[in-house]
Ligand binder design. Structure first.
Ligand code: 5AD
Ligand code: FES
Length: 353
């Protein structure tokens, strides 16, 4: 037990552990160790961000997707989904509502929808950035070429979310069809970094076939990439996917990993994800108390929300943007935190090792 504490201290000081040490932490944590890990992670988050929680307004603008990932509810093969695309006017009105509610970051997320040309995406970026020049814009629209990423960046996109999903080839191939390659996904992340985006990576906790060794690989990959944002959440099955009967991930393991990642990359932007809020009614609060510092409420029109179910029972599908905003306000206050009106950019770490 004392051993594990020493490893946690070492992680905080050196911001990295060896493969074996990470494995030991993931395998042998007692309840007491877990509380200690969480305390240290929260202390580090507080040192960097105080009690401020950044918010990002999520706009799910299309649920068409050409991919067929085995875990995802909006995969191409799911014929039960009502597909939709928001018009540019609808997107803009989500932003307008969000701006009034105090959001200064919009996340434009969608399936990999082949019907949008680069010019279409650039037009949407331009529209948002000219109407809301004080806001940051994050894209989350999947794997694209370097040239496309560059065009979006030049049009004004600031950040890009692309979870790597798993850093292990073999595991990747068990979650995705043959045509999707980990190599390509990693290349996309490198391209995004090279171009100058603030980049978000991440993975699902407890996805089918995931081993502890895989998770350690994820941690080592994240350390090497050092993305500005890291999104992790529990895997949750969706009834219309090949993984319908698979076990869900665990909230406890997700919280442990949030804390480990906080100690490993102290200034990272780490959301308490919707999946975490879905697996447990207090999941997002627990995420914040374990070292997360971002929440991403939904700004999509309520009329389409049900159609963007990546997994079963996703929360907030019936709630207006304002309801979520105020709900989160209250939830954060209750645990001693405050939502801030700030773009919430990544800040270089001034406290050096
Ligand atoms: N359970 C949990 N998370 C999921 N995602 C997709 N499907 C699921 C699921 N069934 C996550 C993926 C993706 C992000 C947008 O949502 O990690 O990158
Ligand atoms: Fe959406 Fe609570 S955050 S209703």
């Amino acid at each position: 037990m004392a051993d594990i504490r020493r490893l946690i201290d070492q992680l905080e000081e050196q911001r990295i552990l060896s493969r074996e040490e990470f494995l030991q932490i993931l395998s042998d944590l007692t309840e007491e160790d877990r509380n200690y890990l969480r305390e240290r992670a929260r202390a580090v988050a507080n040192k960097h961000f105080g009690n401020h929680i950044y918010t990002r307004g999520l706009i799910e603008f299309t649920n068409y997707c050409k991919n067929d990932c085995y875990y995802c509810g909006i995969r191409r093969s799911n014929r039960e989904v009502t597909r939709y695309r928001l018009t540019n006017e609808q997107i803009l009105s989500c932003c307008k509502e969000g701006h009034e509610l105090g959001f200064r970051t919009f996340v434009l997320q969608g399936g990999e929808d082949g019907s949008y040309s680069d010019e279409d995406i650039v037009a949407i970026i331009t529209l948002i950035k000219t109407n809301f020049p004080d806001c940051a814009l994050t894209l989350s629209i999947g794997e694209k070429s370097y040239a496309s990423y560059l065009k979006y960046y030049e049009a004004g996109a600031d950040r890009y979310l692309l979870r790597h999903e798993t850093a292990n080839e073999e595991h990747y191939s068990k979650l995705h069809p043959e045509n999707l390659k980990l190599q390509n996904r990693k290349q996309c992340l490198l391209d995004l970094k090279t171009i100058g985006y603030q980049v978000g990576a991440g993975f699902m906790v407890g996805s089918p076939y995931q081993t502890k060794e895989n998770i350690v690989e994820d941690l080592l990959f994240l350390k090497e990439l050092s993305p500005e944002m890291i999104g992790i959440g529990p895997f949750l099955p969706h009834h219309e996917t090949p993984f319908a009967a698979e076990q869900k991930g665990s909230m406890e393991m997700t919280l442990i990993l949030i804390s480990i990642i906080r100690l490993m990359i102290p200034n990272a932007l780490i959301p308490a994800t919707t999946a975490l809020g879905t697996i447990h009614p207090k999941g997002r609060e627990e995420g914040i108390l374990s070292g997360a510092n971002v929440v991403m409420p939904n700004l999509s029109p309520t009329s389409v929300r049900k159609n963007y179910e990546l997994y079963d029972n996703k929360i907030c599908t019936g709630d207006e943007a304002a309801e979520c905003r105020f709900c989160l306000d209250g939830r954060m206050k209750k645990i001693g935190y405050e939502l801030t009106i700030d773009r919430g950019d990544y800040k270089e770490d001034k406290i050096d090792v």
